[in-house]
Design a protein around this ligand. Sequence first.
Ligand code: IPE
Ligand code: IPE
Ligand code: MG
Length: 268
Amino acid sequence: MRTGREVHPIVQADVTLPGSADMSARLSDVRQRELPRHIAIIMDGNGRWAKLRGQSRMSGHHQGMEAAERIVRFVGEDLGIKYLTLYAFSTENWNRPPEEVQYLMDLIREFLDEKLKMLLENEVRLRVLGDADGVPAPIRAEIERAMKLTESNQRFHLNIAFNYGGRQEILRAVQQIVHDRLNGDLNGDPIDEALFRRYLYTADQPDPDLLIRTSGEERISNFLLWQIAYAEFWVTKTLWPDFKPEELLDAIEAYQCRQRKFGAVVEP
Ligand code: IPE
Ligand code: IPE
Ligand code: MG
């Protein structure tokens, strides 16, 4: 049987920024205003993108990977935003056909193999958010290795949510807090928000300010349930493989026009 992986090897994506004057002007404008410190993206629509073209779902995931590389570069280099979280595989995605699950496992492995050097050269700290114990051992080993090797990098923080579920993350935090309390490691510390967030995968990071979902779906799908409490939500009908830096600028421009109130009364 031919696997999707053989049919669609990962190649270096064309990640150059479109050179139009319009794009540079927009980029410079958004950079002069307050940028989100952390962007989180639900990269949805790979399957539909492929179906529209009569291709396999694997082909959609392959193109989705290229779109992700393009966006990582744009966020880290052109926008200079420090934190980006990409949702790549949810705890519910195990319910997909085995060949597709296998392809997605191969894709993360290939990403870790091929991009580690680039991450190190660009001072990127990689964190894979999710239940590492639930992924096959060789992938878990590569995840741990990449996280360890990049752990002192500070320029840009790339989180890939893989075998990630918001409910699993919260349950895990509760279990660890109970464990630490019983062990006497928490002294008498109150279990408040500040303590709780220390037990999340994103422990020392700012919460996402901007949450983007592609493909027109308007739901959270178990993503960062705790962290997105006050994120600004932006949805586009664009299918993820077609998502381009121009559209990310649309999202940021919209974000910069929003008034964030955090529950308070704020005069316009
Ligand atoms: C998102 O695209 C990628 C993953 C969930 C891994 P989908 O594969 O969900 O694409 P659609 O929603 O079927 O179009
Ligand atoms: C969310 O997309 C998960 C990822 C993008 C990895 P899904 O396609 O799995 O979400 P649902 O099933 O449409 O809610
Ligand atoms: Mg989907």
